[in-house]
Design a protein around this ligand. Structure first.
Ligand SMILES: O=P(O)(O)O[C@H]1O[C@H](CO)[C@@H](O)[C@H]1O
Ligand SMILES: O=c1cc[nH]c(=O)[nH]1
Length: 291
């Protein structure tokens, strides 16, 4: 097995991994990812006991127990570029021996659930509703840097979307990836919609928002709301899910994303107090994962 050089997997003097500042013994098998560092303590507030924690840049983590199940909650900040760091470092923490710098023979598969906020593209998904992402569409391009993408992405969906939208050649090719089925089944419920989520590489132009700058494709959100593939509609925008699904599949982890809808882009509305509903969503996820 190849020894991984010091420059490729950077470790801190205390034995923690470079960006996340987590040590191997501090990672639980159940991971909750949130974008906002401020949401980490909202999640950890439900824990019966907290055993470890640290902060570096936008990466804040706490490991603790909820009703007998061990969880690590970690913030990713905004965007799929951060997800590249988070997924690779989480995987190294469980699947690389930091002493020998070699990949372990026995691989661990983590349960990774992102709890985020999102903007809806459909009238039937109002603000304060919840959305579980069956599939993600990556407008971000991150996954295209890795070998093996062809085997885990849905080409017919991608081609149909490219044709329907009139995708510019200047943009990176979107990729369509699936959530882990077992986690989706575990998290499904009558109070949560299932849908298809676009992860955008920006909050404004890449999600069709106009403040002062005009869009290259002015009709994109209307087209995205209208598009359907095999009877399924695109439901919402956020900024991390595609890379979490793609990298989890390539690395052998299980991933799903649930979001609180805080903006409805069709109606032009924004939640009055999304943090209240977010707490309920966090508790819902912890209950489902600790069963
Ligand atoms: O609330 P979080 O989890 O950060 O998720 C959403 O909010 C951020 C944009 O405001 C992006 O990270 C997007 O994915
Ligand atoms: O519209 C929204 C709301 C939250 N997060 C996003 O990325 N987009």
């Amino acid at each position: 097995m190849r020894r991984i050089e010091e420059s490729e997997l950077i470790l801190n003097p205390d034995g923690s991994v470079f960006h996340l500042h987590i040590k191997p013994q501090e990672v639980a098998d159940n991971i909750i990812l949130v974008g906002d560092p401020g949401r980490v303590d909202t999640v950890a507030g439900f824990f019966d006991r907290i055993e470890a924690g640290a902060q570096n840049r936008e990466f804040v983590f706490r490991t603790g127990n909820y009703k007998g199940t061990r969880f690590t909650v970690l913030s990713t900040g905004i965007g799929t570029d951060n997800i590249d760091i988070v997924l690779n470092e989480l995987d190294a923490l469980v699947n690389v021996d930091f002493e020998s710098r070699r990949v372990k023979k026995e691989k661990k598969s983590l349960n990774i659930v992102r709890i985020g906020t999102s903007g809806s593209l459909q009238d039937y998904l109002p603000v304060d509703s919840w959305l579980l992402s069956d599939k993600a569409i990556g407008f971000d391009g991150l996954l295209n840097f890795y070998n093996g993408v062809e085997a885990i992405t849905n080409h017919s969906f991608e081609e149909a979307l490219l044709q329907f939208i009139g995708w510019s050649e200047r943009l990176t090719r979107p990729y369509v990836v699936e959530a882990n089925r077992e986690l989706v089944n575990l998290l499904s419920g009558s109070n949560i919609h299932n849908g298809i989520t676009i992860s955008a590489p920006g909050f404004y132009g890449p999600q069709g928002r106009v403040i002062r700058l005009e869009l290259d494709n002015a009709q994109i959100n209307d087209k995205l709301s209208e598009f359907s593939f095999e009877g399924e509609k695109i439901t919402n925008y956020e900024m991390e899910c595609s890379a979490i699904y793609g990298l989890s599949q390539l690395l052998g982890h299980r991933a799903a994303t649930v979001c609180a809808i805080i903006a409805n882009r069709k109606a032009g509305t924004y939640s009055k107090n999304y943090k209240h509903g977010m707490k309920a969503l966090i508790q819902y996820v912890l209950e489902r994962l600790s069963r």
